[in-house]
Design a protein around this ligand. Structure first.
Ligand code: FMN
Ligand code: NAG
Ligand code: NAG
Ligand code: NAG
Ligand code: NAG
Ligand code: NAG
Length: 385
């Protein structure tokens, strides 16, 4: 265990009124604690998504691990993203025939078929975990039939990422973009990604100003955005004139902005606080989904709504799906899994698929498409503490 980080995590457990469970104790130290620093345990020993964080913390150097792990400022939003799911209870129904639930995992995202209602969120710099970088994520997503959204700040170029797809064009990926006022550069990335086969853009708008990243700045791996960007709805409409692909908006955090997105006929939005990396005290996607649901559950039918942040277990995904979220993004766990290469990312995908299916079965959900808010205790009585 790396001493600086070990001390940090013990200190936060000792000081918090409620212990912070970045890595809940499910016995991994007892079984895999002998894994030497700088090496990885057997992939088969990895039981769930949090284990990849444990493994990557020992395997990567401190600056690479910190780049992935980091949250904004005091990391309240980072912690809340993880903890919020545990504060809402499920309402399991019993004696329901759930034997076919696995076959109900497939879903559509903007009309494209995928094998599960979750995808790999765009995360920069996959090369810090593995030399093959984003190519591993492309291949694992294809083999498992899920969506991957490569970051505009990827280690590999757009061409290199596209080269990892099967040549027959049968893999659907969406391209995430960070845009500047340089319309020539914007037009170039739109045209290049389209010619390489991307089926949609995901424009990330939750960081119009630089991210406040204390932990990462210590290692010189903080936010790459340092300008104040002029991003408005008028600009969004200009962008739509520059491509005929759909432009999904990533980083919606209030019901007011969901309504504007519907008025503006945005095809899909992603509820996200950037994994708690941008604005500390920003809400977790589950809290935003609740805000939307409490205002008007039908909003989820008027636009495709995806969400990412803190999803580590099957039940976390189920709580979002229950409120009307159509697909769930997962960021850090896949970046950490990439330390093991393609097989690691595939293992992570398989674990989450399996957890969603068995958890849905135990919740009494026969068909994942039929899950609704009656399976979640979402009012104040649902709080644990
Ligand atoms: C290391 C790292 C890099 C990220 N880079 C990007 C990025 O380039 N573009 C983007 O839209 N979001 C980026 N994000 C945010 C993710 O897309 C996603 O919103 C977040 O990771 C979800 O939270 P989770 O990591 O708890 O699953 C990044 C997140 C991490 C952890
Ligand atoms: C998606 O799945 C549906 C239903 O299974 C099928 O009819 C359709 O052809 C599929 N679309 C593509 C592009 O594969
Ligand atoms: C940490 O590892 C990354 C990825 O291998 C490398 O680029 C970086 O230089 C290393 N940083 C330090 C401080 O060793
Ligand atoms: C496309 O190529 C991949 C990889 O070679 C192959 O597995 C898949 O069956 C092909 N799909 C189609 C529709 O030809
Ligand atoms: C805008 O982007 C284009 C294409 O990448 C580049 O050639 C040009 O120098 C950029 N302009 C400015 C002002 O940065
Ligand atoms: C988009 O292009 C159309 C046709 O050229 C033009 O009429 C419209 O004003 C443009 N919209 C924006 C927001 O630039």
């Amino acid at each position: 265990m790396r001493p600086s980080l070990a001390v940090l995590s013990l200190a936060s457990v000792a000081l918090a009124t409620r212990p912070f469970l970045n890595e809940p104790d499910t016995g991994i130290d007892a079984v895999l604690g002998g894994t030497p620093d700088g090496s990885l345990p057997d992939l088969e020993a990895i039981q769930g998504l949090p284990d990849f964080d444990w493994a990557a913390r020992r395997y990567l150097n401190d600056s690479s691990y910190t780049y992935y792990r980091n949250g904004a400022a005091g990391e309240w939003s980072y912690r809340n993203n993880l903890e919020v799911y545990g504060r809402y209870r499920l309402r399991p129904r019993v004696l329901v025939d759930i034997t076919n639930v696995e076959s109900t995992l497939p879903t559509t995202i903007l009309g494209h078929n995928f094998s599960a209602p979750f995808y790999i969120s765009p995360c920069a710099s996959a090369g810090l975990a593995h030399p093959e970088a984003e190519a591993n994520l492309v291949k694992a997503a294809y083999e498992e039939g899920i969506l991957y959204i490569p970051s505009h700040y990827a280690t590999l170029s757009l061409d290199e990422i596209a080269a990892a797809k099967p040549a027959n064009g049968s893999q659907v990926i969406f391209q995430q973009v960070y845009l500047t006022s340089n319309d020539t550069a914007t037009q170039e990335v739109f045209d290049q990604a389209k010619s390489l086969g991307s089926k949609a853009f995901v424009w990330t708008i939750d960081g119009p100003a630089g991210g406040n990243r204390h932990r990462a700045n210590r290692y010189g791996v903080g936010s790459r955005n340092t300008n104040y960007a002029l991003w408005t709805w008028a600009y969004y409409n200009q962008l739509r004139n520059m491509t005929d692909l759909p432009i999904v908006i990533k980083g919606i955090q209030t019901v007011e902005d969901v309504k504007v997105a519907i008025e503006q006929k945005v095809p899909a939005i992603i509820l996200s606080n950037h994994g708690g990396r941008q604005l500390d005290s920003s809400p977790s996607p589950l809290e935003v989904a609740l805000e939307i649901y409490q205002e008007d559950p039908d909003l989820f039918n008027q636009i495709e709504i995806f969400a990412d942040g803190g999803v580590r277990y099957g039940v976390d995904a189920l709580k979002l799906l229950a409120l009307g979220v159509k697909a769930i993004g997962v960021g850090r766990p896949f970046m950490f899994a990439n330390a093991f290469g393609v097989d690691g990312v595939k293992h992570a995908i398989q674990l989450l698929k399996h957890e969603i299916a068995i958890d849905a079965g135990n919740l009494g959900v026969a068909d994942l498409k039929e899950i609704d808010a009656s399976y979640v205790k979402w009012n104040n009585n649902g709080w644990f503490s």
